[in-house]
Design a protein around this ligand. Sequence first.
Ligand SMILES: [Zn+2]
Length: 114
Amino acid sequence: MHELSIAQALVTQIEEASRENGSGSVIAARIVVGGLSGVDADALRFAFPIATEGTSLADTRLDIEEDPAIIACNSCGARTTPDFPLPLCNACDSVDVTIEGGQHLTLASIEMAQ
Ligand SMILES: [Zn+2]
């Protein structure tokens, strides 16, 4: 499962961020998942507890914010959000598009216990 390796990478990233913020435990981590990042938010929600099992993040809550993809069409000029995780214009189905957002998975913030 693709999302499990992403969740494991997130665990490493969250642990590093928490070390920079002191020694408390991490209550919650908020991530932003882009619509074109290739990551399935539901699968990631499922994978996160598996990836954190036995780590210092076993009780950490994962908050996922979905960032819709925005693509600008070079054929018809429309700026749309595709229905599928594919960079296609939603107005004319052109593949001649420029992706303007929603491509990344980002760790937005972590909430630490005092
Ligand atoms: Zn178009």
